[in-house]
Design a protein around this ligand. Sequence first.
Ligand SMILES: NC(=O)c1ccc[n+]([C@@H]2O[C@H](COP(=O)([O-])OP(=O)(O)OC[C@H]3O[C@@H](n4cnc5c(N)ncnc54)[C@H](O)[C@@H]3O)[C@@H](O)[C@H]2O)c1
Length: 483
Amino acid sequence: MIRPRKILLIGKPKGYSILAIAEELPDNGKIFACAEEPYLGVYSQEAFDHSSDGKKISLRVGPVADTLEALHAEDEHFDIVFIDADQRNAVQYYSFVMDNHLLSMDAVICVENTLMKGQVYLENVSDENVLAVRKLNAVINSDPRVEQLKIGVGEKLLWPEDYPSYQWYLGDRKPGTKQMRIVLYLQVILPVQSGLSLIRRSPVPPDAVIESKTQVVKDEVFWGCNQCRILERLRLDGRVAYVTGGGQGIGRAFAHALGEAGAKVAVVDLVLAKAEAVACELSLKGIKSLALAADVSKPEDVQRMVDAIVARWGTVHIACNNAGINLNSASEETSLEEWDKTFNVNLRGLFLCCQAAGRIMLNQGYGKIINTASMASLIVPHPQKQLAYNASKAGVVKLTQTLGTEWIDRGVKVNCISPGIVDTPLIRSQELRPLVRRWLADIPAGRLAQPTDLQAAVVYLASEASDYMTGHNLVIEGGQSLW
Ligand SMILES: NC(=O)c1ccc[n+]([C@@H]2O[C@H](COP(=O)([O-])OP(=O)(O)OC[C@H]3O[C@@H](n4cnc5c(N)ncnc54)[C@H](O)[C@@H]3O)[C@@H](O)[C@H]2O)c1
């Protein structure tokens, strides 16, 4: 659920369980399993190496306290820490992990055996193990740095009341089995025997935790702007976006990026089938999408596009005006027809989109417009000849600067992205393909851009994180415009 990369197991981990966890980790994931002595099942590096996932496992057999010290010295930190409560020194291990910052920011600690089949709630218990587990529970319960959820069959479930989005279903438990069904954001079935506590860092560090000697400045930088951390501020949940020219190339990458960040995305293209294919890709990833056909150079098409999005999702928050064409010819031979065609899509079409979406955004006092310009707005790419294209893209930058300053006081920010040479169908024509080698010599980065190189920029410009940015031309060209 939290897509961990690094896991620490403290206790008596069983070999097969370790392998099962390793299989679920990404290729760069790692499990550190520390135990006083080898335990059940497959439990040697040699045995793990029979599995292709064995390389993700690092066994540390020996005194656990020493292992923890060593991991701390190596500056390791973990996304999940499993601690078996039913072991000597569990309290020390828990405290070491907390005190020495072995947890990554959004980490979870899973403490197993915290209920000891309910025995921790019995009075007059003399069993040392039960008393030790009870002590560990008390330490965790009184630790202001964390909040926790306890799970145990037939046991009381504890979870802070301000987390209503977590639902619990106990009814599905089959009589006589020790399974219960838990619905969090996704459904998991935990075979819980002796209690499992899920613990995470409290979102608000209590004053007492902050070391008194250090002066802590508790401003927006510390808490996050509006209490949101930087990556949360890049999220686009609940926003409605469209991308023109979204059926392939850069527009397709923009549509995926905006959707992955949480927005609903209308994929707009001259060719409906292309828009539909990308919308289908988005749906497969759980992104709400809509496919629309429109020729951006036609005012009636643009209005129909915006109306369709508003009819479906109520408004437009993010307008990605990306459709563009590039025709090549020597300037003295450029026909008026070619000039008009280029300008009709690249500049007139982009203006029509800015205007139609802008009216809705100005009305609601909020909007993000991201236009696709080009490095050709800054330099004259060569040796290909593309006067109309270069001039149209320079026009996109000036249009962006003008709207960016005209509309910002009404909540609408307008920026543009200027990619260098991006490996898309646009540059795969017979005339342009042979030029790639020539271009590469002009690119400090030593390669063409991939559409994915531009994805973070569009999310940033669409998000609140860029609210102070307007009229900007964000150039992403591997340094080409500097040579
Ligand atoms: N590829 C590059 O090297 C590069 C570099 C800088 C800027 N750009 C700009 O990025 C944008 C996207 O380029 P790409 O490389 O993904 O191009 P592409 O040709 O691969 O894709 C463009 C998409 O826009 C659609 N389209 C064309 N005319 C349209 C119209 N009138 N109305 C609606 N949709 C239309 C096409 O059907 C196509 O799906 C363009 O504005 C382009 O000028 C591209």
